[in-house]
Design a binder for this molecule. Structure first.
Ligand SMILES: O=C(O)CCC(=O)C(=O)O
Length: 227
């Protein structure tokens, strides 16, 4: 018997939704992201937070019906979208994200991030890497050495990572990976010279109290009426 999204999520700390967006929709999102980055004057930084605040195309994507159905299964009836960001890697911004958990960055109630491939992603161009089940270890924070300029002040130490347990999550354009904020995750650098753009949207259970996050300027309760 195949397990439900909820069973997989509770066991592994993540689930994969294949083809959440069609190729056509993913191309449209990438084009729109390019427009926003240009309007905002974003150059080589590699991360831009606040896509839904900048464009209704991303607010609609955040409320995509099939996604909201699964998020309700994982989170509960009142799913709140908080914010989203583009993490773009290309030939000139080829960083890999170091191993970390997301929880230390926002604390409060647990958050659920949806990593959406706007390009095919594989180990050569920077796909996501995870340690299945690591979300059950709780908050394992370490302050990281950020002298490499990549940010990520709350990193895991390499000693926390059992490489034999690591799974590379290659993804096709339009696939989505939903993951828990305790999940150990990282990504490869992009050594392919080709783009690897991803949209990462973050959600929470609206029934849980949280501080007023200054970055959640475009927050809304999702109804599943998006594209
Ligand atoms: O897309 C990536 O390279 C990873 C991004 C990431 O881990 C994060 O923003 O928390």
């Amino acid at each position: 018997m195949t397990s439900t999204y909820k069973e997989q999520f509770d066991r592994d700390g993540y689930v994969v939704m294949k083809n959440l967006f069609s190729d056509h929709e993913a191309v449209r999102l990438k084009e729109e992201a390019g427009k926003v980055l240009q309007e905002k004057g974003v150059g080589k930084e590699g991360v831009y937070v606040g896509m839904a605040a900048a464009s209704p195309v991303f607010a609609a994507a955040a409320a995509k019906r099939e996604l909201v159905t699964v998020l309700r299964e994982l989170i509960g009836e009142k799913v709140v979208f908080l914010s989203d960001k583009i993490v773009f890697k290309n030939a000139s911004t080829d960083f890999g994200s170091p191993w970390h958990q997301d929880y230390p960055y926002w604390e409060g109630s647990h958050k659920y991030s949806v990593w959406i491939a706007l390009d095919d992603a594989n180990p050569d161009n920077g796909c996501l890497r995870v340690v299945p089940g690591s979300h059950l270890l709780g908050d394992v924070r370490h302050s990281g050495d950020t002298s490499d300029g990549l940010g990520f002040g709350n990193r895991l130490s390499q000693d926390n990572i059992d490489e034999s347990q690591v799974v590379d999550l290659a993804a096709s354009q339009g696939d989505a990976i939903i993951f828990h904020d305790f999940l150990f995750h990282a990504s490869y650098p992009n050594t392919s010279g080709k783009d690897r753009w991803a949209l990462i949207s973050t959600y929470k259970d609206g029934a849980q109290e949280d501080p007023a996050y200054s970055w959640a300027i475009a927050a809304f309760t999702v109804t599943g009426s998006g594209i």
